[in-house]
Design a protein around this ligand. Structure first.
Ligand SMILES: [Zn+2]
Length: 365
């Protein structure tokens, strides 16, 4: 049975239901909101109400695409999930680097420490908000995917280090790996780099492709390599019309990649109804699905995009054998360098197994 990890615990993947694969329901005050005030989504009641409306419209799950250390709050997500009955798949990983102040720990931590943090968040629990200090308070609420980003800076050494860390965590856990792309991101080079890091491209999702990469032959070439395209520019007229959105979807369908297509709204505060916005999380369910039907996209295809594909993409895979390089480096570190996350109750057989294999020295823990 395939499992999906939600903020209220694992569920059977076949029970996921209608799922928008990239939304934002909680971004606390901080660097993200300083960059763009529309990125502050911090009213528990408003987020809960938005999700409750979504549930009544037929929504059953959303992916929250905010990773650790830039405004994410696992307990906020768990509370609104419980109140609304909508399952939330939360994210570990990293965002665009402009969303971190210069003194942020993400710039100081070693690659191995970051990899270990991501593994911990997927297998043990996510850390409480840690924008202004290092992660030191672990919850029991597990992340269900790894979210990353590549901006126009490209694969510079600081992005390469982060992608290397998430690649280790992805291989150790089998979690899905989602990548924010934007105009100017070199997505083909990124796919090559991930492949070089030995990441299974069938577990990779490239977001925003419908507004960042106009050449659809690039989408198709990436699909041929196994990557899933996420189109999330629905109802965003400043980028393009819904008619244009449908044309992009149709091009992918015509090329035979129905099973590698996800869709969502990627909402910000400015588009959430309960924050005073105009669109609302229910827009796809209440408006866009009908629009698709009238434009020749069948119900069966819609079910695939919003039910079957997310259920497949966001299910965890069985853990492969431990990767020694991820952990062995700790044995040569001074005890003070070992991240605090390794010290408190490490739960789960995966870590016990590592201890038994001798990859970690339990003495120094
Ligand atoms: Zn987003």
């Amino acid at each position: 049975m395939k499992k999906i990890q939600t903020v209220t615990g694992p569920i059977d993947a076949k029970d996921l239901g209608f799922c928008q694969s990239h939304e934002h329901l909680c971004i606390l005050e901080g660097q993200s909101a300083r960059c763009n005030p529309a990125l502050r989504i911090d009213d528990l009641q408003a987020s809960s109400q938005e999700l409750t409306d979504y549930y009544h419209a037929g929504g059953r799950a959303v992916v929250d695409a905010q990773p650790v250390g830039c405004g994410r709050d696992p307990e906020f997500l768990q509370t609104i999930s419980r109140q609304s009955r909508v399952n939330i798949i939360a994210s570990t990983g990293f965002h665009k680097l402009i969303f971190y102040p210069e003194n942020h720990w993400i710039f100081r931590w070693k690659e191995e420490q970051l990899a270990e943090l991501y593994v911990q968040e997927l297998t043990g629990g996510m850390f409480a908000p840690c924008d202004d200090q290092e992660p030191d308070q672990q919850t029991s609420i597990q992340a269900g995917q790894i979210k990353t980003a590549l901006d126009r800076e490209g694969l510079t050494p600081r992005y390469q280090r982060l992608f290397s860390a998430v690649a280790q965590a992805q291989k150790a856990t089998g979690a899905p790996l989602m990548v924010h792309t934007e105009a100017g991101s070199n997505v083909t080079e990124l796919a090559d780099f991930l492949e070089k890091l030995d990441v299974d491209l069938h577990r990779v999702i490239f977001c925003h492709m419908d507004r960042t990469v106009p050449d659809l032959s690039v989408h198709i070439a990436l699909c041929q390599r196994g990557i899933t395209m996420e189109y999330d520019t629905v109802a965003r007229e400043k980028y393009h019309s819904n008619a244009c959105e449908i044309e992009i979807v149709r091009a992918l369908l015509d090329a035979g990649f129905q099973s590698q297509l996800l869709m969502s709204l990627d909402v910000t505060r400015a588009r959430l109804l309960h924050y005073g916005g105009q669109v609302g999380l229910c827009y796809i369910l209440n408006t866009f699905l009908d629009y698709c039907l009238h434009n020749g996209i069948s119900k069966a295809i819609m079910r695939s995009i919003f039910n079957k594909n997310p259920s497949e993409c966001f299910s965890m895979r069985a853990y492969p054998a431990p990767i020694p390089s991820l952990y062995s480096s700790y044995s040569s570190l001074d005890v003070n360098c070992i991240p605090c996350i390794l010290i408190p109750e490490i739960r789960g057989s995966r870590f016990e197994c590592l201890f038994n294999n001798g990859s970690l020295n339990p003495q120094i823990l």
